[in-house]
Design a binder for this molecule. Structure first.
Ligand SMILES: [Zn+2]
Length: 395
C-alpha cells in the first residue's frame, strides 16, 4: 500500500490511467491536489515514462489545456499462474494487454527443480519478446495454489507439497527483476480489480471455482490478506448438510464447502452415486475413477438429469455460503470465476438462490456477476500483482 508522499503521486497516476486522456486542469479538479504539487508530481511521472505529455490541446478560448495520458507501453511485466499440472504465462503491458503467451503442461511427478526449468524457458522467451519490442521488463508476478504469507513466502501448498518456500527471493536472485508471489486467488482478484469485472468497486468478493475453490476479498479498493495471509479461503467454510453424509476435506476438517461445491466435490458426488446405464457411466466406461468434474458440467449442457441434480445441489450450498458472507461483508458485487461458475446451470442456480436469500428488511445492492478476465485469468492476475505495485509507485 502506498504511504506518505507516495499517496498523492499514485492518486495522480491512477486518475490519469482511468481516463483515456485528461487535461491538467481536470486532473487538479479531480484529485483536489494543488497546482504546484501537480506540476512536481507530473514532472516525476513523465520522467519515469509512466505518463505522456501529449502537448497542448485545443482551446475553447482562454489558455489551451495541457493533455496527459497514461503510458501503458513504458514497460512490460511477466505473469505466471503456476499450478500442479500446468504453467500458464503472459507478457503484458501496463494496460493489461497481452503481448506474448506461454503455456506448458507439467507432469504431476515433476520436482520443484524440474518446474523451475520450465519457468526458465518461459522467462527466456518473454525476455526475447520484450527485447524485440525494445521495451524493458519490470518484473515477474507469480500466482500459486497455496497459502502465501504477507511476506510472499509460500507457507504450504497442499497440491505441490511445498513448505516455507521463498520463491520470490529465489527468482529475484536468478533474474535480477522485481518478483511478487501471492496466492492464485488473490492474483486473479487483483486482475479483476485492475482490468476486469471489479474495476471501480471498493467492496467486492471474487470467487474462483475450478477443481478447488478460493476467493479474494476487496475492501476499500484493496485486496486484503488477513493476519496470516490466508483471508478468502472460502472453500474451507463448513456447511450444514441436508444428509447424514460426512466428508473429510484436504485440510483435515469435516464437510468443508469445497468438498461439495468445488469441481472436486462435484466429481466426488458423481463418483459416489454414478448410476448404471447413464450418460456419465458411458463417458467413464463404467469406471468412476475415469470420470472428470468437467464431464459432469458438460453433461448438464446435454440435459442429463443426474448431472443437473448434482450441479444444482452444489450451487445451493455455494449460494448459501455466499449469502452468509455477503451479509457479513456487504460487497457491491460477488464476481464468479472459474470453470464451475461458467457452467450456466450452476451460475443461474447460484444467482436465483442468492437473490432469494438476500436480507429482506434492509436494501442490499450485492450483485452476482460473471468474471470478465477468463482467458489467462491466473497469469494476467499474476502480472497485475506487479502492475498494482507500479501504480502505487512501490517499485
Ligand atoms: Zn477444508
Amino acid at each position: 500500500m502506498a504511504t506518505g508522499k507516495f499517496i498523492n503521486k499514485s492518486v495522480v497516476l491512477k486518475t490519469i490511467r482511468e481516463s483515456s486522456s485528461i487535461a491538467r486542469k481536470d486532473l487538479i479538479q479531480k484529485t483536489q491536489i494543488s497546482s504546484p504539487t501537480i506540476t512536481r508530481i507530473l514532472n516525476t511521472l513523465i520522467e519515469k515514462n509512466l505518463v505522456l505529455d501529449l502537448g497542448i490541446g485545443e482551446s475553447n478560448g482562454g489558455r489551451p489545456p495541457q493533455i496527459l495520458q497514461f503510458n501503458g507501453n513504458s514497460s512490460l511485466v511477466i505473469g505466471f499462474s503456476w499450478a500442479l499440472t500446468e504453467l500458464d504465462g503472459v507478457l503484458s503491458n501496463l494496460d493489461g494487454h497481452i503481448v506474448a503467451e506461454f503455456k506448458r503442461n507439467i507432469p504431476v511427478d515433476f520436482s520443484l527443480e524440474q518446474d523451475l526449468c520450465i519457468i526458465d524457458e518461459a522467462v527466456g522467451y518473454f525476455l526475447a519478446q520484450a527485447k524485440q519490442r525494445d521495451i524493458p521488463v519490470k518484473g515477474i508476478g507469480v500466482g500459486v495454489a497455496g497459502y502465501v504469507n504477507t511476506h510472499g513466502v509460500i507457507m504450504y501448498s497442499v497440491v505441490q507439497r511445498w513448505r516455507d518456500l521463498d520463491l520470490a527471493a529465489l527468482l529475484k536472485k536468478k533474474y535480477h527483476l522485481d518478483v511478487f508471489v501471492d496466492s492464485g486467488s488473490r492474483a486473479v482478484t487483483v486482475g479483476e480489480l485492475l482490468f476486469g469485472s471489479a474495476i471501480g468497486l471498493d467492496n467486492a468478493l471474487v470467487v474462483i471455482n475450478d477443481y478447488g475453490l478460493y476467493s479474494g476479498i476487496i475492501i476499500n479498493g484493496e485486496v486484503i490478506k488477513g493476519e496470516d495471509g490466508v483471508a478468502g479461503e472460502i472453500g474451507h467454510c463448513r456447511i450444514d448438510l441436508q444428509t447424514d453424509e460426512q466428508r473429510r476435506c484436504l485440510c483435515g476438517k469435516m464437510n468443508c464447502l469445497a468438498e461439495y461445491s468445488a469441481g472436486r466435490g462435484i466429481l466426488k458426488t458423481a463418483q459416489q452415486q454414478l448410476p448404471e446405464n447413464s450418460l456419465l457411466s458411458e463417458i467413464s466406461q463404467g469406471n468412476p475413477s475415469l470420470l472428470k468434474y468437467t464431464d459432469v458440467l458438460q453433461a448438464t449442457e446435454q440435459g442429463d438429469s443426474f448431472s443437473c441434480k448434482i450441479v444444482e445441489e452444489s450451487a445451493m450450498y455455494f449460494a448459501k455460503t455466499l449469502s452468509n458472507l455477503s451479509i457479513f461483508l456487504n460487497p457491491k458485487a460477488i464476481i464468479l470465476s472459474g470453470s464451475v461458475c461458467r457452467n450456466l446451470l450452476f451460475f443461474h442456480t447460484v444467482e436465483n438462490y442468492f437473490n432469494a436469500q438476500k436480507l429482506k428488511q434492509v436494501y442490499t445492492s450485492t450483485q452476482i456477476k460473471m468474471a470478465s478476465n477468463e482467458k489467462h485469468a491466473g497469469a494476467r492476475g499474476a502480472a497485475s500483482l506487479l502492475i498494482d505495485k507500479l501504480l502505487n509507485l512501490e517499485i
